[in-house]
Every structure is written in C-alpha cells, then in structure tokens.
Ligand binder design. Structure first.
Ligand SMILES: O=C(O)C1=C[C@@H](OP(=O)(O)O)[C@@H](O)[C@H](O)C1
Ligand SMILES: C=C(OP(=O)(O)O)C(=O)O
Length: 411
C-alpha cells in the first residue's frame, strides 16, 4: 500500500493518543513468562514483532519463522538452545537472513550449546538442538548488538549455576541491557553489572505477579517530531508513560527541548507541548544509547532546517535495512545536503523541501514513521506504508487523528 500524506490544514492541535506497550519490554517478558509462568503481562505490545514472538513460543513445529523481528531472532536463539530435547530451525525474512548472529551463536557454543548454520555461516537460518547447559561463564563482544547480551541474560537464571558474562570491547545500546537486568530485578532475580562483568543468580521459581509494560517510547518519537513542527501552544498527550522508564529512548524528552518541545509527566501520561521556536544551533548528539530514534531526529532536523551531526550510529547498518544509506538516499531526494559514514550522519541546514517525493521504506517501519511528520510541511508519498506494523499497528490511524490527511494511491 502506497499512501499520499497531505499538509495539515490547521497546525494548532490538542490531541490525546494511546500507544501500545513497548516491544522491547514485551519481547523480554514473553520469554520470561515462558520460563516463569508466575508472570501475568499487562499492556503487552500488539506489534508484529511481539506477535511473532508469541507464535514462536507456542508452536510445536520445528521451523520457526520470526519475520523481521530482531529481538525475537536473538532472544529465541538462547531460549531454544537451552530447551532440552527440542530441535528447532530458527529463521526469518530475507533481511533477517542477512543480520549477523555469529557473536551470540559462538557465545552459546562456548557454553556447550549445539547450533549449526543452515545456509550462510554467521547468519540465520540456524538449527538449534536444545540441551541442558551447565557451564556458567562466557565472554561476548559488546559492540555489535546488545540483543545478544540480553538474550543470554534472559535465560541465565534458569541455568543450574546462573551465568557470569564478561563483556569485551565497547558496549553499545547499554540501556537495553539495563532494561533486561531491571526486569530481572523486578521479578526477584538477583543480578549485578559492574565494569564489564554481569552476573545473574540462578532462580527456580518467582512470586506470582503482574507486570505492566510501559508504552513504547520509540513510537512516541514520531509525535515529538510532529510537535516540533506544530504551532506554538499545541499539545499532544500520550499514554501510558512514566518518569522512571526502563526504555533508553525516553531521552527524547531532553533531546526535543532543542526543538522547543517540552514534556510534562502526568499520572500515566506525558504531555508534549510546542512551547517555543526551535533552537537553530547545530544539534550534536551521540546516539549509541538510543539508535532507534536516529531516523526520527534526522528527519526533524531536516524539516526544521537545523543542521545536525549524529554519531554513535554504527548499529544502524545492520538493522531492518542499512538505515544510514536509506536516510541519505531519501533525504537527498527531498533536497537535503547530507553525508554519512559507517557510524555517523551530517546534515546541513535545509534550504528547501521538495514536494510530492515518494519515500522508499526498505521494509523498515522506522523509515515510514520517521518521514511521516514531514507531511506538516509538504505533501509526500510513503511507499509500502504498511511496514509500520512491525512496531506500531495503528500508526496511520493515529496520524489521521493528529490531522494528517491520508489517501491510498496507485504506483
Ligand atoms: O534489546 C532490544 O529490545 C533492542 C535493542 C537495540 O538493538 P541493538 O542492541 O542491536 O542496537 C534496538 O535497536 C532494538 O530495536 C531493540
Ligand atoms: C532495530 C529494531 O528492531 P529489531 O532489531 O528488534 O528488529 C527497531 O525496532 O528499530
């Protein structure tokens, strides 16, 4: 489905939107719930990635296909590796078969797991022969994806002696590791993270409990981007959010002050308010702790004619698409002066935004969602707009609620 987005007629708005649970928290809790049935989850994400995770955890089939879901691919690799007696072939979309998994597979093999590659060495699909694992110490490289580390942490307490993980090199996306550890703590599973050493103690059972998932902060980023372009005084209320978030992307509240957007925390909601004009100084940010909001920020800067220098983006190359190249290509079509390296993006102050450009989305939900707020400036087309469901089912409905006009068009 390709859609045409049209300029918002009246840019002063006051809207309330409810966003589904965090997909990162949900996919961790789904694994943990399978290991500890004492858990009841509330406000679970309705994203495709969480649906894939639920299906994978309930099927008895040997072949498990998780589509585009990175967290499902990585978290399930450890889960099936310790599922004694079960044999599983874990695969995913064409792109998933080109997203690396070797670092995690090697760590699991070092622990005694039996995993082989079905096709290309280092990439899914993988065949996993579930075994009882008794080793309790492993080393893993921390600079490629934090999901490998979270994957080990999620199963760690069910190993006979728990697990000690030594992280090698620089560590990327650290808030996601902390999210995993915080959830373990919340469940009553002891753990420590000191220097480059993480320890998780073994745990057989936990107390019966309800865990409420906070709504998804990465999804909130698109409303921050919209708020930046709204008339002063406009507000958007988003629920259900809290001040003490487990999600690193909650740093949005601070970052978007640069765009004149303030955040107030209410009882389970946040209110974004376009308080003042954007600060036109160059925006310099290291996003190694929040890679998923890089596309949103780059597009807001372009939209608001603010130069930016975004660094810490090395993981963007192995996400749903090579997001650095995708951003460079699509923003250039719109008239941007942009250059990227393997880990950074530099954008000059924009002087024009071309109208009616067709934005390619490359099977990446965040390409579609990050560019949508540009409809507040110019009419534009989003190709394969349905990609958004990977993380955000009702994204286009919510855009319509905000006032963006949407029309399905033929290519
Ligand atoms: O653990 C998680 O839930 C995630 C970790 C991050 O991946 P990397 O650690 O690969 O950067 C992030 O980009 C992804 O969307 C979700
Ligand atoms: C990178 C993402 O997801 P994953 O790695 O889980 O596919 C994302 O949602 O932006």
């Amino acid at each position: 489905m390709d859609i045409l987005l049209n300029i918002l007629a009246d840019k002063k708005i006051n809207e309330k939107i409810t966003i589904s649970g965090s997909k990162s928290e949900s996919n961790r809790l789904l694994i943990l719930q399978k290991l500890f049935p004492e858990i009841t989850i509330e406000n679970l994400s309705d994203s495709d990635d969480s649906v894939h995770m639920q299906h994978a955890l309930s099927t008895k089939e040997e072949l498990v296909d998780i589509g585009h879901a990175g967290t499902a691919m990585r978290f399930l690799t450890s889960y099936f590796a310790v599922n004694d007696g079960r044999e599983t072939v874990l695969t995913g979309s064409h792109r998933m078969q080109n997203r690396p998994i070797e670092i995690l597979v090697n760590a699991l093999r070092d622990l005694g797991a039996e995993i082989t590659y079905e096709d290309k060495e280092g990439y899914p699909p993988i065949r996993i022969k579930g075994k009882k694992i008794t080793k309790d110490k492993v080393q893993i490289n921390g600079n490629v994806s934090s999901q490998y580390i979270s994957s080990l942490l999620l199963i760690a307490s069910k190993l006979e002696n728990g697990l000690e993980i030594e992280l090698i090199g620089k560590i990327t996306s650290v808030p996601y590791i902390n999210m995993t550890l915080s959830l373990l703590t919340q469940l009553g599973i002891e753990n420590t993270f000191e220097g480059n050493l993480i320890k998780v103690h073994p745990k057989k059972n936990i107390a019966k409990q309800i865990v409420v998932v906070e709504s998804d902060w990465s999804s909130a980023s698109y409303f921050y981007s919209i708020a930046a372009s709204l008339a002063i005084g406009s507000t958007i209320q988003l629920s259900a959010y809290k001040r003490e978030s487990l999600q690193g992307d909650s740093c949005l509240a601070e970052i978007y002050q640069h765009f004149g957007v303030t955040t107030t925390f209410g009882d389970h909601f946040i209110t974004l308010k376009k308080e003042k004009e954007c600060n036109k100084e160059v925006l310099e940010i290291d996003l190694k702790n929040a890679p998923d909001i890089a596309q949103t920020i780059a597009v807001t800067c372009f939209s608001e004619s603010i130069a930016c220098n975004l660094t810490g983006l090395h993981t963007l190359k192995i996400k749903e698409t090579d997001r650095l190249v995708a951003l460079e290509d699509e923003l250039t079509k719109l008239g941007a002066n942009i250059s990227v390296t393997n880990e950074s993006l530099q954008l000059e102050k924009s002087t024009e935004i071309k109208e009616n450009i067709a934005i390619k989305t490359y099977n990446d939900h965040r390409m579609a969602m990050a560019f949508a707020p540009l409809a507040l400036k110019v009419p534009l087309k989003i190709l394969d707009a349905e990609v958004v469901t990977k993380s955000y089912q009702k994204f286009w409905d919510d855009m319509q609620q905000i006032g963006i006009q949407i029309k399905e068009v033929k290519r």
